[in-house]
Design a binder for this molecule. Structure first.
Ligand SMILES: [Zn+2]
Length: 117
């Protein structure tokens, strides 16, 4: 008997076109564990998998999301905060000193800053 494998092009036209690069999250009904999968290929995947931790069913959250496009991070030095305040003034407007002061207070409370990656 000869076997025929569905080609990559057929998968992309018959099944799912744009899964590669997306993330799917499985949530365990038993222990609540969350497992995150990254699609490196286009194709279909099970809606339910077995939890590695407790062997109960973990369900796909159905909504596949893109890989992160933004991060929360902690700037390393005062100059970084000054640059952020300057960018804010340029993009949104406002008073530089007031914004910088707010950023420094936020930073000193342990606050993180958002960045597009
Ligand atoms: Zn579990």
């Amino acid at each position: 008997m000869r076997y025929t494998l569905l080609s990559k092009a057929e998968v992309e036209t018959k099944v799912f076109k744009e899964r590669a690069g997306m993330i799917n999250v499985y949530s365990c009904a038993g222990c609540g564990r969350i497992v995150v999968y990254l699609y490196v290929s286009n194709g279909i995947t099970p809606g339910v998998i077995t939890c590695d931790k407790c062997n109960q069913d973990a369900y796909s959250q159905l909504t596949s999301v893109r890989q992160p496009s933004r991060i929360w991070y902690r700037p390393e030095k005062l100059e970084d905060l000054e640059n952020l305040a300057e960018n804010c003034v340029n993009e949104i407007g406002g008073n530089y000193e007031i914004i910088l002061n707010q950023y420094i207070m936020h930073y000193n409370k342990g606050g993180l800053f958002a960045k597009i990656i």
